[in-house]
Design a protein around this ligand. Structure first.
Ligand code: ADP
Ligand code: MG
Length: 860
């Protein structure tokens, strides 16, 4: 898809932002009043498609959600809106307040039907799954995997079979079906992709006498007698005495105990029945051995989903719901999984010794005998390997193809001669570090060539990326082109404009500031200056992407702090020029695996050295109750004439409360630091207010700046030597590292004090925050974050509410990622358009199944 089409598609979706904004206003008051919104969404999606947006899962989800919204009662609309915002956020950038409101709504407890939430045996009557019905016919024996279809139509048939809704399956038990549907698994394929979280080995069904007290195991037993007693609360207590099934064994060796069983279970046992039972053997009254709340199943002819094999457990369903769920899964595995298409090119599957997709799906749910349940539970098994490989492979394929496409088309060749380079860096008031010079050399080499540059510049906080971007911009300007630099916040735009204008003073080169807020004369003039070409450099927020922002001759696009931007933005800014060169910059350290996974299509440069004169920031962790000690340290710094930041988070919970936190925090701190001036800065303030507060802090008039995370990126005030972070447990490590990077910019020794509320935080919090104390190395911190919190934090897709991978885990699967990458690159070399018949399925899969990930891969 070409850039300008993308821009149109994105714009079609942007039409949804105002109504959604209306919907979330005043605690979602608007959501209940929106009429016919479903139709609006469908219309927008249709338009986006007509402009060439791929028919992605993301778009389809949006439509599905819109349909649900139309039917939803007012009480459900809030969450429906929140989900629409999430889906939309994965496709286009959204205003922060919209994202925050939706995130808060999604975090509310889900109103689930009572049955799903009720624990084990105390489920109310009627809500538990019915007993395995003896009338239910045996599942057909697994058919041999059908041959891979040769024509597109045949493949489409097979895909359709897997896209069937569970609701259309004949004779599917409603209870497990509802369990899956509640989790959004409404089709056969989605159900098959509901990965187990753990396994239990019940391959061997033993005898009662082989089990000792404390053992967990499964047995084959015969019912001797049943008894119903009453518990003190009047509920029934069912005791079933069982003995080893084969004749001659000692009778009544074990008692199965069920607390408050549902009615069908109360009547479900008769003397002489043979059962499988699984559970832990404990000592009951009078020394009797018992299993309480065991899983049981009457022995029936044929294959059981629950005994005599390694059985899966899933996240969510209660133990007692598992037998019926496994039965349904077993049926899907037997009857439908074999129809799953093998979209991986066959030569790759052979070379990498991978299972077929159908086999993998079957084995993921029901591992073959001999599988180690622990390893399978850790998702290290041949079945998972195949599924992980596939997921990573297609992402890499998308990236490899894009890279090739980018390389192929002609762009601009700038003048990058030594003389031009010298002119580009001349305005800087310092000499570049060696690392900066090297990186600028790499950029200049790209810019000098006619192929468009597509480069990722990584450099730790404070490493001096701005100067490098500036020099690149000057190369563009020197060749008669314009440069645009997009940054995530107005404060940062303001700061960059100030810095650049200072460097350029006297040169006659004009810098325009293009921001969303502060409409009126100033912004009209800025836009006019960019359009006429009078301003050679434009620095701005996502306002740069607006339709009415046009460039006279855009040659270079720089995206700063790229992880803050959404999916289609890079493309949209690019579309304002004709194949401009692109430089994306990030201080969020991206470990190699992540960089490979998400930025595989970019060339990399890295600034691995800080400018001279930096002092390491000493970091200390404080508990909530130690705040006084922390503030004492702040006061000492203030007394030395230095300045301090105090940062409050603005995440998850209600924006209002957090704001109140920062506001009351500021008032409180004004008292604590009597004799010093305290200012407040937050995202809700008007541009001029923010600018004024920042100015006063920069000039030293304010000593303490209390802020929400609006200062997270890029603010540069060298005299500030103290950073205090409240509720540090709520931040990701990379974010904390960014915040810490606000200090340590001058010569003074700097400090970062993290105040954490451990009681409310998860177990991981302490471990993560200790890492902040232990290291200054952003890359090490990113690795820790990746291990503990997963990749969403790092690439900034957390807002989108979308999971990055269904099954892959970049930390665990880095070796598979390398293999998948090799294969993807080789495939694109050998058959760039995937036009060979054996690659047809892969080509279709890219569009049909992986389009969604494709959009994620465009982050940056
Ligand atoms: P970041 O990479 O985090 O965006 P900045 O570009 O904001 O870092 O640079 C941080 C600070 O270091 C700025 O004050 C900048 O002027 C200064 N700086 C950058 N490069 C050099 C250099 N080579 N020598 C001295 N100071 C530098
Ligand atoms: Mg920066």
């Amino acid at each position: 898809m070409k850039g300008d089409e993308l821009a149109l598609a994105a714009r079609a979706l942007e039409a949804l932002i105002p109504p959604l904004r209306f919907a979330v206003k005043d605690g979602f008051a608007g959501a209940e009043r929106l009429a016919g919104f479903g139709a609006t969404v469908r219309g927008a999606v249709e338009r986006a498609r007509s402009f060439g947006a791929a028919d992605s899962v993301g778009l389809r989800k949006l439509v599905a959600e819109a349909e649900r919204f139309d039917r939803a009662p007012p009480s459900e609309r809030r969450r429906a809106v929140a989900r629409m915002v999430a889906h939309l956020g994965a496709l286009i950038p959204l205003p922060p307040e919209l994202r925050e409101a939706a995130r808060a709504a999604r975090l509310e407890p889900e109103r689930r039907p009572a049955a799903a939430a009720a624990p084990g045996g105390s489920a109310p009557a009627g809500s538990a799954p019915a007993p395995p019905s003896p009338r239910e016919p045996e599942p057909a024996p697994a058919p041999a995997a059908p041959a891979e279809p040769r024509t597109a139509a045949q493949r489409e048939d097979r895909r359709r079979a897997l896209r069937r809704r569970l609701a259309e399956l004949p004779r599917a038990h409603p209870a497990p079906r509802a369990l899956l549907e509640e989790r959004g698994r409404e089709t056969v394929e989605a159900a098959l992709e509901f990965w187990p979280k753990a396994y239990q080995d019940r391959a061997r069904v033993g005898r009662i006498r082989e089990l000792a007290l404390g053992d967990e195991g499964s047995v084959l037993a015969r019912v001797v007698a049943t008894r119903v007693q009453r518990m003190r609360n009047g509920r029934p207590l069912l005791k079933v005495s069982v003995a080893d099934a084969e004749p001659g064994s000692a009778p009544a060796a074990l008692e199965l105990v069920f607390f408050n069983p549902p009615p069908w279970r109360l009547k479900g046992f008769a003397a002489g029945d043979t059962l499988f039972a699984s559970g832990k053997v404990t000592e009951g009254f009078g020394g009797r051995r018992q299993m309480s709340q065991p899983e049981v199943e009457k022995v029936q002819p044929g294959d059981s989903a629950n005994f005599g094999r390694i059985v899966p457990f899933y996240v969510g369903p209660a133990d007692f719901q598992h037998p019926a769920l496994r039965k349904l899964m077993k049926r899907l595995c037997d009857e439908l999984a074999p129809l799953a298409l093998d979209e991986l090119p066959p030569e790759i599957r052979a070379r990498r010794a991978l299972l077929r997709r159908g086999e993998a799906l079957q084995q993921v749910h029901f591992p073959p005998p001999g599988t180690d349940p622990e390893l399978a539970g850790a998702r290290v098994s041949p079945a998972f390997r195949r599924l992980v490989f596939e997921e990573l492979f297609f992402l890499q394929l998308v990236l490899a193809r894009r890279r090739r496409g980018v390389r192929a088309a002609p762009g601009i060749a700038f003048d990058t001669s030594p003389a031009a380079l010298a002119r580009a860096v001349a305005p800087l008031p310092f000499t570049l570090t060696r690392a900066q010079q090297r990186v600028l050399g790499e950029i200049a080499r790209d810019m000098g060539r006619p192929e468009p540059m597509n480069r990722l510049l990584q450099g730790d906080v404070g490493s001096g990326k701005t100067a490098v971007a500036f020099a690149a911009g000057m190369l563009a300007v020197g060749s008669g082109w314009q440069a645009a630099m997009m940054v995530p916040t107005e404060i940062l735009a303001e700061q960059h404009v100030r810095t650049l204008a200072e460097w350029l003073s006297g040169s006659g080169i004009e810098v325009a500031r293009v921001v969303a807020a502060a409409r009126g004369r100033e912004q009209r003039e800025a836009r006019a200056a960019v359009a006429s070409g009078r301003a050679r450099i434009a620095v701005g927020t996502h306002a740069l992407l607006e339709e009415e922002v046009a460039f006279e001759r855009l040659g270079l696009v720089v995206v700063d702090e790229q992880h803050r931007f959404g999916v289609l933005q890079r493309a949209r800014l690019m579309a304002k020029g004709r194949r401009p060169d692109v430089l994306v910059m990030t201080a969020t350290p991206i470990p190699r695996t992540l960089a490979l996974a998400f930025y595989g299509d970019l060339d990399h440069s890295k600034i691995d050295e800080l400018p001279p004169g930096r002092t390491p920031v000493s970091t200390r962790l404080f508990g909530d109750s130690q705040r006084r000690a922390a503030y004492l340290a702040v006061r000492r710094e203030l007394e030395r004439g230095h300045q301090a930041y105090v940062v409050y988070p603005l995440v998850e919970e209600s924006e209002k409360t957090d704001l109140a936190d920062a506001t009351s925090g500021a008032a409180e701190l004004a008292r604590t630091f009597e004799g010093h001036t305290v200012g407040l800065l937050h995202g809700r303030m008007r541009t001029e207010e923010k600018r004024e507060v920042m100015d006063r802090f920069r000039s030293g008039e304010l000593h303490v700046l209390v802020a929400t995370t609006v200062i997270e990126v890029g603010v540069d005030v060298p005299n500030a030597s103290m950073m205090v972070v409240e509720h540090a447990e709520r931040f990701g490590l990379s974010q904390l590292h960014q915040l810490r990077g606000r200090v340590g910019r001058g010569a003074a020794r700097s400090h970062c004090l993290l105040i954490a509320h451990f009681r409310r935080a998860g177990d991981d919090a302490r471990e993560r925050l200790r890492a902040m104390e232990a290291t200054q190395d952003g890359f090490e911190l990113a690795r820790v974050d990746l291990r503990i919190r997963g990749p969403g934090e790092l690439v900034g897709t957390r807002q989108s509410g979308q999971k990055l991978f269904e099954v892959a885990d970049l930390y665990r699967d880095d070796a598979i990622l390398e293999e998948a990458r090799e294969e993807a690159l080789a495939l694109v070399e050998a058959d760039p358009d995937l036009s060979r018949p054996e690659h047809a399925a892969a080509r279709e899969a890219l569009v049909q199944r992986w389009a969604d990930r494709l959009s994620l891969a465009q982050v940056g």
